[in-house]
Ligand binder design. Sequence first.
Ligand SMILES: [Fe+2]
Length: 234
Amino acid sequence: MSFWPNADHWSVKIQLASPHPRLEVLADTGVAMLIDAPFDVPPCEYEALEYMDWKSGGDTNFAPIATADGELDCRGFWDKGKTDKDAEWTSNAQIAPSIKTYVDGVGANFGRVRTIKLEPQDREAAIRSLHRDDNNRFNPDDEGWVVRSWVELTDNPDSYMLLFDNDEDGLPDPATEIRVPLHKGARFVVDTQRLWHVVVHTGDAPRYALITSFESGPALDQFITANTPVPADT
Ligand SMILES: [Fe+2]
């Protein structure tokens, strides 16, 4: 029998319902697809960053670009008594100017900004790392719910992010499966505290992506609206 999370999984204890203001655009599925990035991040910007050995969602390394206090640190902001927002740029930001410009340009309050380097893993291996994030620890109830956004830096059209909403027991519901494509430039915003998630990455080279925490609010809402694909005429 393949692995599947049960009631003992640590993610089940992470808060789901709360009074925090949230984005209407994420209410239905928990994910918003954006148009592909209209810019290119040169490989030198993400390959030359200082990566840290930090395992989350598989065999991963992370390069912190903005953190709770500007130090190169992959730990949660809560270790420093802080919500995952109001981040400060690290030394890595100087190596990745197009990433810094992009995140600043969103206009929303951001928390951790980092690139992920994920080694290949098939679906069965990936599901062992299926989890929900604890993005809103210490977040005051009247401030926006923290969600995460991705920009795919390498081209992996056969890989996908696997998303599941919760069943009545707070476990991933297979009937809600969504696969987010991970070609180069793919962008999306996910409520990763709500949705179980992990990446299935085929191929033989690492996948790189930019991951940013953003506070839900008018600025992020406008950014998503401005970058939402226009449906094709039917
Ligand atoms: Fe996560």
